[in-house]
Design a binder for this molecule. Structure first.
Ligand SMILES: Cc1cc2nc3c(=O)[nH]c(=O)nc-3n(C[C@H](O)[C@H](O)[C@H](O)COP(=O)(O)O)c2cc1C
Length: 346
């Protein structure tokens, strides 16, 4: 069983924070599919939360069904981080994570995110201030180091644990790599060896249940965090959890289950963000879903410009009416992940 401090998670699979993708509507959709031990908000500015900016507050809203939820903060000032964490604890956060891996210039330029990999003493000060401020588990999400010549994650992780971190999440790339190149498992294993006393969660390029099992076997991590692959296949966390617990992968969803999931996601978005924004956001998002469904290009084009919930509903109905309840083979570039299916290809 994976526990971060006093917070025991129901599975060893965590949903990664993803700015512009991992909002509450997405998290609720993935939770609906199952397997989520812990989900996280995208990185939220500590200062933005203190200033109560409407964007930060909207992203920080915690839905009853979206628990346990970790709130990820970024910033540079211990006081601001501590105070923002306190406010999020009052609003029902289950854990606080500190972003030490974001390499977007706007964040790094301010000395936050991955810039902290080069300022370990400041990273430790920030974490210690948050640990002092809240009665919640506090974690840090790191990359391996700034670049290949400087893989500092294990040193930094050890210092963060000494300062009170209840867990460490490591994305197996350097800041310089951004999202390119391979995820390195060996340096993640070194973090695990080094910190020993608290769980380390491995992250990066887990696209199948077998990838999750391999990461655990090769590094000794206590759990695995999944990001991008979940947006193309929201059942991946369920499948990874099932595979780790039983060695079996559940059958893939049917086409009707996919369509129901698309509706669920849109309904959450509509309820949380209003019709106009929900339509705008969903027009961008649907491409993953409809690609997974194998929807013909003509249908996807028809959908591309919808601007109200009624048109969305009409469009969905037209697909639902034309849909037999067949299983959709999992659409993945990873050839090792092929849940058994007797269904024909759609
Ligand atoms: C669009 C996007 C937004 C992201 N936003 C965040 C973020 O807000 N905070 C964070 O710690 N990591 C963020 N990440 C990194 C992911 O959490 C994760 O570490 C990375 O994508 C590697 O995992 P994956 O291969 O499973 O996606 C983001 C990644 C993507 C692709």
């Amino acid at each position: 069983m994976l526990a971060l401090g006093r917070l025991t998670l129901s599975t060893r699979i965590l949903l990664a924070p993803m700015a512009r993708i991992g909002d509450a509507s997405f998290r609720l959709t993935v939770r609906h599919c199952g397997g989520v031990g812990l989900a996280s908000t995208e990185l939220l500015s500590a200062r933005g939360l203190l200033e109560e900016s409407s964007a930060s507050l909207a992203l920080a809203a915690i839905e009853a069904e979206d628990r346990p939820l970790c709130v990820q903060l970024f910033g540079t000032e211990p006081y601001e981080m501590a105070e923002a964490a306190r406010r999020m604890a009052d609003r029902g956060a289950a854990a606080i994570d500190i972003n030490m891996g974001c390499c977007v210039p706007k964040i790094v330029g301010r000395g936050a995110g991955a810039a902290l990999l080069r300022r370990p003493a400041q990273a430790v000060r920030l974490l210690a201030a948050v640990v002092q401020a809240v009665p919640l588990p506090v974690t840090a999400k790191l990359r391996l180091g700034w670049d290949r010549t400087c893989l500092t994650a294990s040193d930094l992780a050890a210092d963060l644990v000494s300062a009170g971190a209840a867990g460490i999440i490591v994305h197996g790339r350097t800041a310089e790599q951004k999202f390119t190149g391979e995820v390195l498992l060996e340096p993640i294993a070194r973090v695990v060896e080094r910190v020993g006393t608290v769980p380390v969660i491995g992250n990066g390029d887990v696209r199948s249940p077998q990838d999750a099992a391999r990461m655990i076997a090769q590094t000794g991590v206590a759990g695995v965090m999944i990001g991008r692959a979940a947006k193309r296949y929201p059942w991946l966390l369920r499948d990874a959890h099932a595979y780790l617990s039983t060695g079996c992968i559940p059958p893939p969803p049917t086409r009707r289950q996919w369509l129901a999931l698309i509706r669920t996601h849109f309904e959450h978005l509509h309820r949380l963000r209003g019709e106009r924004l929900a339509c705008a956001i969903f027009r961008q998002r649907m491409s993953y879903y409809f690609a997974a469904l194998g929807l013909p290009r003509a249908d996807r084009e028809r959908f591309r410009n919808f601007a109200d919930a009624q048109t969305f509903d009409r469009f969905m109905r037209s697909i639902e009416e034309a849909t037999a309840d067949v299983t959709v083979p999992r659409n993945t570039p990873v050839t090792t992940y092929q849940p058994s299916s007797t269904a024909r290809t759609v």
